[in-house]
Structures are given as structure tokens and as C-alpha cells.
Design a protein around this ligand. Structure first.
Ligand code: TRP
Length: 450
């Protein structure tokens, strides 16, 4: 494998690349995180802010990261350094790549804990724990899982081990090919649950809750949460898309590909919202229940619908799978970096990186039980890791990335590379140079002042 270090492979087709990018983007962020953030922020205000952030910030940042990656052809740090130098700019832009790698580290630690919950729920549903149960019992089952540090540790370990195994053996591309079948299946099951909700009630209320504009709830905090989530859900602001871009052939149309990824990712998140909120309202559950939201709502539906056990098992299996195609993309940049920059082999790099992340994950899961009193600026370790990454690291890294892209790189060659006519290019310039960076800055300033 040693000569792999020199030769940087390319995606065999743009389709393979789209799969990898969608695999990274679609994950727990869409199905677990999006609904509970909507619930915590009071509904439609968050959804609308999120849609704006996706279109005006997420989309251009995604294109910028791919383009930079395709120019650099290396890991994110070397890519930013090389591209900066070739544009006659400072080497310190490499720092943007470094904060990205750090972000992946921190995110994967708590991501793996939730991946573990999903794994655990496959077995719970499989053993019939929820058949015919009411919402209180389903809620109590979830609380009991959270209270058990041992259970959480076991499943977090299993999830992290699978992730490390896939990355260590280097079969991530095989996984992405499998995603071609499993992702549509996940979409299908989501729609089955949405269909169940249409019949069983609460649907209209959920649609209202998600989409009827209620701008009174649109605070600075909600804006920042929506901005952070736009980064999280598209896997941007961390360098992974820079890394994926480095495998991208010249012929791939970046704008079209970004549009596909953004639309798929958003549709799945909204479908998850429509799958979950009707059940919440129908059963008098609290939409602001936090990270446990999907685990205390969906099992109620699975417990009462026809073939609910099978559908439930499949659903949590597919979520786990979607989570794995994301978690490998969180681990890969660190491993790639260690492999290219230290004498460590791929195997050793993987073991070292995943062990450190696994330990951090243990600290995160303990905040649900044994260490629940320990807080960092008012947040438990789990919440702190989530907030530091989503609300600060990702948007700030993304901001630096888009400023570099729109203000420091030669714009004529970018216009050619994006293949934009003059009219479209004007719009693109306004968005990339002004709208996206100013939006990030304004959200930060208002939140910090507010
Ligand atoms: N986007 C993934 C999700 O929604 C999570 C993720 C994978 C991610 N890679 C990332 C988030 C890189 C930020 C940066 O579940």
C-alpha cells in the first residue's frame, strides 16, 4: 500500500462521487438531529432559517470546498497550503484544513454514541420491546438506556469499531456502492411512516408546526443553530468535502452535483420531520424532548403498525447504515492525514485516531448518567461537543474557506471551472463574496451581542 501515498486515486465516475458525497451528508444529522433541533427551537422558524442557510451559505461553501479540493489533490491541510501558495497567498491558510480535521475528531466522538443508540434499538425492536406499548413505557425504555453507562459504552464501542474497521481496511468505496441500494430504501421507509401518519392523525398539525411561518420565534440563537446545522448536515466546514473534492475528476460539474446533494439531503431531513412530529403530537409528547426525540416517538408507531417490528428493525438498520457512511467520512481525513504525514501505516493511524475518539465518546456518554453534574459553561460534555463543533468550528472554518475562495483565489479561472455564463457568474459572485460570508458574520455578531 506504500505507493498509495504518492498516487492519489480518482473517482471512477462522477456517480461514485455523488454517492460518496450523499453518503457523507445524509446521516444522523438528517434523521436524528434535524427533528430534535426543530423541536428545541420551536418549529417553523428553525426550518425556514435552515432552508435559507442551506441555499445561501451551505450550497456555495460546498462548491467552494470541492473546487479547492480538486485543485489541491491532497489532504485538507496540504491542499489549503498548496492552493494558497499557488495563488501567491500565505501558507497559514493551511490552518483552515487543520481546524477541519479537529472538527471531525470532535464530531465523531458524540456521533458514534448516537450510532450506538440506533444499533441498540435494532435489538430492542427485534425482541419486541415496544409491541403495543404506550408512550410512557417507550419513554421509560429510552431513559433506562441513557441511565446505563455500561449499555451506552458497549454500543458506542461497537459502532466505533465498525467505523474503524471500514476505514482501516480502506473499503469505504465499497460501502458507498452499497449505499446506492440502501439509501433509497431508507427514503422509502420514511415515506411509509409518513403515510402511516397521514392515516393516523397529527399530520396537519405537524405540517403547520414545521412550515407555517412563525417569525416571532426567529431569535439569534435559532439562526445560529440553523446555520450550524446547515454545515453539519451537508458535511461542510470540516474539510471532508475538500478531501472528497481531491478525488474528483475535471469533467464533473460541481454546481449540478452540489444541487443534487443539497436537494437529497434536505428532502430526507424534511421527510424525517414529517415522520416524527405527527407521532409526537398524536401522543402528547414534548417536541422539545432533545436528543432522544426519535427514540421516544418512532417506536410508538412501530409498536402499533402492521409489520411494525420488521419495518422498525429495517428502519434502525438503515439509519445505522446511513450513520456509518457519514462516520467513515468523519474519520477518513484524520487517518489520511496521519498516514500521509507520519511514518504510521494506515492500520496504525486508524487505531490511534479511533482510540482517542472512542475515549472522548465515553466522556460524552457519561454526561447522560454518571457525570451528569459535570458541566462546561452550562452544558454537559455531550452538548458541549455538539455545540462547539456545530455552532463554532464548522461555521468559522466554512467562513474562512469561502473568504479564501471568493476573495483570495483567481476568480477568472473559477468562472471557467464552474462553467458559468456572465449573468449567472454575477449572481454567483454576489452570493459567494457577500451573502454567504456576511450571513455567517451577522449571525455570529447578533448571537454574541444578544
Ligand atoms: N452530515 C452528516 C450527517 O448529517 C454528519 C457528518 C459527516 C459531518 N461528515 C461530516 C458533519 C463532516 C460535519 C462535517 O449526519
Amino acid at each position: 500500500m506504500a505507493n498509495n501515498k504518492q498516487e492519489h486515486a480518482q473517482w471512477s465516475s462522477s456517480f461514485g462521487f455523488v454517492l460518496a458525497a450523499v453518503g457523507s451528508a445524509v446521516g444522523l444529522g438528517n434523521i436524528w438531529k434535524f427533528p430534535y433541533m426543530v423541536g428545541e427551537s420551536g418549529g417553523s422558524a428553525f426550518v425556514i432559517a435552515y432552508l435559507f442557510c442551506i441555499a445561501l451559505v451551505g450550497f456555495p461553501v460546498l462548491v467552494a470546498e470541492w473546487l479547492i479540493g480538486r485543485r489541491g489533490q491532497k489532504n485538507p491541510i496540504n491542499t489549503f497550503t498548496d492552493v494558497a501558495v499557488s495563488e501567491g497567498k500565505s501558507r497559514s491558510w493551511g490552518i483552515v484544513g487543520a481546524t477541519g480535521i479537529l472538527g471531525g475528531f470532535l464530531i465523531l466522538s458524540f456521533y458514534s454514541v448516537i450510532g450506538g443508540w440506533a444499533l441498540n434499538y435494532i435489538t430492542k425492536i427485534g425482541t419486541g420491546s415496544f409491541v403495543g406499548q404506550d408512550s410512557d413505557t417507550v419513554g421509560a425504555t429510552f431513559d433506562a438506556m441513557l441511565a446505563s453507562a455500561g449499555t451506552l459504552t458497549i454500543w458506542h464501542t461497537v459502532f466505533m469499531a465498525i467505523t474503524a474497521l471500514i476505514v482501516g481496511i480502506g473499503v469505504t468505496r465499497g460501502i458507498e456502492t452499497t449505499a446506492k441500494v440502501l439509501m433509497p430504501l431508507l427514503g422509502l421507509i420514511l415515506f411509509v411512516i409518513v403515510g402511516y401518519n397521514v392515516v393516523n392523525g397529527g399530520f396537519g398539525e405537524a405540517v403547520n408546526y414545521l412550515f407555517a411561518p412563525d417569525m416571532s420565534k426567529l431569535t439569534g440563537d435559532v439562526m445560529l443553530a440553523a446555520l450550524g446545522h446547515a454545515f453539519f448536515t451537508l458535511s461542510i466546514g470540516m474539510g471532508i468535502m475538500v478531501a472528497y473534492g481531491s478525488y474528483l475528476g475535471r469533467e464533473v460539474n460541481l454546481l449540478k452535483t452540489a444541487r443534487t446533494v443539497v436537494i437529497l439531503d434536505t428532502v430526507i431531513a424534511l421527510a424525517a420531520g414529517l415522520a416524527i412530529f405527527p407521532i409526537i403530537f398524536n401522543n402528547g409528547l414534548d417536541p422539545a424532548a432533545g436528543p432522544g426525540l426519535i427514540f421516544v416517538s418512532l417506536p410508538i408507531a412501530f409498536g402499533s403498525m402492521t409489520a411494525g417490528t420488521i419495518i422498525g428493525i429495517l428502519f434502525f438498520l438503515l439509519i445505522t447504515f446511513a450513520a456509518l457512511t457519514s462516520s467513515i467520512s468523519l474519520l477518513e481525513p484524520t487517518v489520511e492525514f496521519l498516514e500521509e504525514r507520519t511514518p504510521m501505516s494506515r492500520t496504525v493511524s486508524t487505531i490511534v485516531a479511533s482510540t482517542v475518539i472512542w475515549l472522548l465518546g465515553i466522556a460524552a456518554l457519561l454526561s447522560f448518567n454518571l457525570w451528569s453534574d459535570f458541566t462546561i459553561m452550562g452544558n454537559g460534555i455531550f452538548d458541549a461537543l455538539d455545540k462547539i463543533t456545530s455552532k463554532f468550528l464548522l461555521p468559522l472554518t466554512g467562513l474562512a474557506g469561502i473568504i479564501f475562495f471568493a476573495w483570495k483565489m483567481d476568480q477568472r479561472t473559477i468562472q471557467q471551472e464552474l462553467g458559468l455564463s456572465n449573468g449567472a457568474w454575477q449572481i454567483w459572485q454576489v452570493v459567494a463574496k457577500f451573502v454567504a460570508p456576511i450571513a455567517i458574520i451577522v449571525v455570529f455578531v447578533t448571537t454574541l451581542l444578544g
